[in-house]
Design a protein around this ligand. Structure first.
Ligand SMILES: Cc1cc2nc3c(=O)[nH]c(=O)nc-3n(C[C@H](O)[C@H](O)[C@H](O)COP(=O)(O)OP(=O)(O)OC[C@H]3O[C@@H](n4cnc5c(N)ncnc54)[C@H](O)[C@@H]3O)c2cc1C
Length: 534
């Protein structure tokens, strides 16, 4: 579905590892907090704005919006919502046609919901990447806005954009930004020596304790209150703002693609909550079936979480109801299914903490900077076979074809296809990461970059499929050339069928030898990786 298959240098460009270390030490997020704290409190309220970003596209349980509504009500001044569309930014960062369409459909629904509350949702547009905060600042000025609210985004460029806004508006507008993407505030989970936790197991344990002790972390906020009728009159000129057009490079390749994806992923909060409710009825099977892609038993909530159409708090507050009102999601306090689903949410929470506290991870650099010294291969044939799902490794091909068809891939496959790309094909992992960004509906920078973090673990697609897709149903579904292959031959048809039988299938033979290329990768990593000089 994604049309792009080659990348030029600037898109995969990155700072030097030395510069990366400097950025980690002088974190843009800390600078933003300092600026926000230094603002003088603005007593007089004229108009209040909430600025929606691509990660908080809902009016329910939206922290920034809730505070904006509160100020608007207490000061009896009107609330206005804005969304900034910047096609150049979307191109720069990746993002897929599926995700763009999903977000815009969600925004259309939100505009209607807000209109019923007499609150306008205004779409602003900036053609230039660096035109974002000046466009917002101009709108605030022209509309005599005194207070603007938003939720934090933790990517470096977004933090710098917010720094730009605070500086640009100066004392004219008070800017308030809230943590909203997670249950536990990123940056607040520290080791004994006061450093941000980076390792999953202790983070998970501490997270479970925190949520058990502070169940209010899962409480949700209501949708904003209605603007009064006179405000609606005063704001008349802001209603009816036209939904932005999708940039050419973010349009679906065909109408069929659009129809298929919209059916699989209906946009909006209501659709997301319906999906969550239906998942809850089967959550108890999650632990036993989550790794089998043919079961398709995971929640498929990722698209709703990454666009913020459903807040993770709201989803977990539902899980709490299911868990008899208890926020004890430890093994002892919940079913296997609940424990293991919440565990996945905790990965998401940790990855946001990592992005905020180790900002270089959002700058096309691996968390383990030693991997930046690896010399990658230029196997263009391998690249093309990988993204088209024609490598000759059935499990890999099935995963890539699912991705190209559904704008989604099961987690087990994401782990396998990524390992195959940078270990067996020895291609720069950033190319795969970018392909995911440009194809997935649930693209999320922190989950994606952490998922693609290179490591020495080389997944074996044959044993992985034998273990996780034991009946071969997932492979048969996505690789129709193999649908009639019986028994264990489905996992490795080239090696397990006779030459004649294999040739009849019309399926490619493996592009590389798995064992040899595993060895090559380990040797390459060992010889190329080196310490980063401070
Ligand atoms: C190489 C690679 C790339 C990935 N890219 C993305 C991405 O761009 N966007 C994205 O949301 N997830 C990404 N993931 C994580 C994971 O694969 C998806 O979140 C999951 O498959 C989504 O399906 P689900 O909603 O049914 O998950 P469920 O199993 O139902 O899990 C519930 C939620 O927990 C979170 N979650 C689950 N697994 C992980 C994980 N491994 N890491 C972090 N959070 C997780 C997601 O928000 C998910 O919706 C990636 C993983 C890998 C290995």
């Amino acid at each position: 579905m994604s049309k792009r298959s080659s990348y030029n240098r600037s898109e995969l460009g990155r700072p030097s590892t030395k510069r990366a270390k400097q950025i980690d030490e002088d974190r843009p997020f800390d600078n933003l907090i300092k600026l926000l704290e230094e603002q003088e409190e603005k007593k007089e309220v004229t108009k209040v704005v909430h600025w929606f970003r691509p990660k908080d596209l809902r009016i329910h349980d939206n922290t920034g919006l809730h505070h904006a509504s509160h100020l608007s009500q207490s000061s009896k001044r009107p609330l206005v919502c804005i969304y900034l569309h910047c096609p150049a930014e979307e191109s720069w960062h990746g993002t897929s046609p599926a995700r763009m369409d999903f977000m815009l459909e969600g925004l259309k629904l939100m505009q209607e919901e807000l209109k019923a509350l007499h609150i306008p949702l205004v779409f602003l547009e900036s053609q230039e990447r660096n035109g974002h905060f000046p466009t917002v600042a101009r709108f605030l000025k022209e509309n005599h806005v005194s207070h603007v609210f938003a939720n934090f985004e933790y990517e470096v460029d977004e933090i710098r954009r917010d720094i730009g806004l605070v500086q640009e508006v100066g004392s004219d507008v008070q800017v308030s930004i809230y943590h909203d993407q997670t249950v536990v505030e990123p940056g607040s989970m520290l080791t004994g020596s006061g450093k941000p936790m980076k390792v999953f197991t202790p983070y998970h344990r501490a997270w479970l304790d925190r949520v058990k002790e502070e169940p209010s972390l899962l409480d949700t906020q209501p949708a904003p209150a209605k603007n009064d009728a006179s405000a609606a009159k005063e704001l008349k000129y802001l209603f009816g703002s036209k939904l932005p057009n999708v940039a050419k490079d973010k349009q679906f390749a065909s109408n069929d693609d659009k129809k298929r994806i919209r059916k699989l992923w209906p946009a909006g909060h209501a659709a997301g909550m319906e999906r969550m409710d239906s998942f809850l009825s089967q959550i108890d099977n999650y632990a036993a079936t989550r790794s089998n892609p043919a079961e398709d038993s995971t929640s498929r909530m990722s698209a709703y979480f990454s666009a913020g159409m459903v807040s993770v708090r709201e989803a977990l507050s539902k899980v709490r109801e299911y868990n008899e009102g208890s926020s004890d999601f430890t093994e002892g306090g919940s079913s296997h299914g609940v424990y293991s689903w919440v565990r996945e949410i905790v990965f998401r929470e940790l990855y946001r903490q990592t992005l905020m506290t180790t900002p270089h991870t959002g700058m096309n650099l691996p968390q383990n900077l030693k991997f930046d010294f690896v010399k990658w291969e230029d196997d263009e044939e391998g690249w093309e076979k990988w993204y088209k799902g024609m490598t000759g490794e059935p499990f890999i091909d099935a995963g890539m074809r699912q991705l190209n068809t559904e704008a989604y891939m099961h987690n087990r496959l994401r782990m396998n296809v990524s390992s195959y790309l940078y270990c067996n094909l020895l291609l720069d992992y950033r190319r795969g990461e970018r392909y995911f960004a440009e194809t997935l509906i649930d693209w999320d920078l922190s989950n994606n970059t952490q998922g693609w973090e290179p490591s020495y673990t080389v997944f074996n697609p044959v044993s992985q499929s034998e273990k996780n897709d034991p009946s071969g149903s997932y492979i048969r579904k996505w690789v129709p050339e193999l649908k009639d292959v019986q028994g264990k031959a489905i996992f490795a048809p080239y090696n397990r069928l006779s030459k004649e039988e294999f040739e009849k299938l019309g399926y490619p033979k493996p592009h590389v030898d798995w064992k040899e290329t595993k060895q090559r990768a380990i040797e390459r990593f060992k010889s190329n990786m080196r310490d980063v000089t401070p």
